[in-house]
Design a protein around this ligand. Sequence first.
Ligand SMILES: NC(=O)c1ccc[n+]([C@@H]2O[C@H](COP(=O)([O-])OP(=O)(O)OC[C@H]3O[C@@H](n4cnc5c(N)ncnc54)[C@H](OP(=O)(O)O)[C@@H]3O)[C@@H](O)[C@H]2O)c1
Length: 314
Amino acid sequence: MRLRKLGNTGLTASEVSLGTAEIGLDYGFKGSPQYSRPSLQDSIRLIHRAVDRGINWLDTARAYGDSEEVIGRALKDLSPGPRISSKVIFDHPVSEMGAAAQRNQVFQSIESSLRALQVEAIDLLYIHNATEKLLRETAIRDSLEEARSQGKIRLAGATCYGEEDALAVLKDPLFQVLQVPFSLLNQKMRRRVFPEAARKGVGVFVRSVFLRGVLTPQIDSLPERLAPLREQASKILQVLGSEVDGLAEAAVRFCLSLPEISSVLMGLKNEAELESNVSGLSRGPLPEAMMPALAGLSLSDPALVDPTHWQDLI
Ligand SMILES: NC(=O)c1ccc[n+]([C@@H]2O[C@H](COP(=O)([O-])OP(=O)(O)OC[C@H]3O[C@@H](n4cnc5c(N)ncnc54)[C@H](OP(=O)(O)O)[C@@H]3O)[C@@H](O)[C@H]2O)c1
């Protein structure tokens, strides 16, 4: 597993990292045979296998059910363990909270994460789903800064959905790492966000690189509403020909072809998916000559490429 610089943090990230919503919650397309989360023992084995394969970052959140607790159990048998990113949860709309309540929520969320993960500090704490509006609530970013100065977190970051939200994050030097959705089918972050992150030395984790399983063998059993994505996926495979062994490999190697990306977060549920997804990594980035054609295959219809529009399907 190759390592990449995590922006200017002085840390490195394995070129792929492990998302863990899938082990904390029932996750995926409703009705799919794979919807249920794995057992505790299988989840621990999956984490151990990921670390054996060289993955050095796990991504979790207070909002991911038991994910932090499961990671806490898995970390007991690992020395050195991987680095952990988690995310602050707010149980009320922040605009309805005063500054003191916002600060309390940040610290309660951090304390809960520390207990669940059984660690003394969280390597990277994101604001979960940061928006321009949320970022104007300065008590939240000030609380993260305070937590960092107390040693409860090592780095602060933010996860976002939209371009404008991500650009707002990049204006504040407190945030040293950004996490955004990005895939062959949704490349909007390439235009302004990645160049700005690179200019500012901010580390970038990309997520939803399989578009929640669309760019995997699951393409053949998609809910009918997402069927138009099949045509786009077949165009991707036409461009790549024998260069890749399937969509999941294409999805990951495409992201690894962009130097602004520090690490590609992979959501998965079992060791077979892990092995299959890492098997193509040794082939490295895609050939430069194929990149312009792939850039042309990005879609912009949010109903197709933004899973926040799929609430009835997932
Ligand atoms: N707002 C946020 O901060 C935010 C939002 C979303 C996700 N995330 C993070 O990003 C991680 C991953 O993102 P994502 O959930 O959007 O999804 P993703 O990585 O695009 O897709 C994950 C799904 O792909 C399927 N998959 C992966 N490899 C496969 C293979 N070889 N064969 C068949 N299916 C395969 C799995 O489906 P099955 O589960 O059906 O096996 C898995 O659930 C999450 O775990 C979480 O850590 C953060």
